[in-house]
Design a binder for this molecule. Sequence first.
Ligand SMILES: [Zn+2]
Ligand SMILES: [Zn+2]
Ligand SMILES: [Zn+2]
Length: 146
Amino acid sequence: MAKHPSLAAVVQRLEDRGLRVTAPRLSVLAAAAAGAEDQFSAEDIESRLPQVGRATIFRTLKLLVEMDVFCRVLLDDGNLRYRWSRRGHHHHLICDSCGAIEDFTGCDVTTLMQDLARRTGFTARGHWLEVYGRCAACHSRAAVSQ
Ligand SMILES: [Zn+2]
Ligand SMILES: [Zn+2]
Ligand SMILES: [Zn+2]
């Protein structure tokens, strides 16, 4: 299975949703698709697009995250990576041992948000959650080697 969707499929999906695929958006999408991996850093995109300014790249990455084409992952070492997003709202399970990243959905924070709003008066716009630990494969490998 390909690690990321084809560029044509992504462009089609955006156009179907009535979103404009402008020249900078297309170059950033193509630069992301040029990598073999599912994830990449903003610096990877910058190095593949020397002719595009840094501010434009960052603004475009942010927009593409809002359009749900990419999602962001905060690695345990503090590095931020982008990934091709495969679903709507989701979070990541990040394995400390092998670095595997898996998506999960179904976070239920509604009660927490209501409670926060009541206690602090803060109206939440969104939330960010990453879960760090050991994936099932690494867990069973560790159990076997003990
Ligand atoms: Zn994701
Ligand atoms: Zn693992
Ligand atoms: Zn969530």
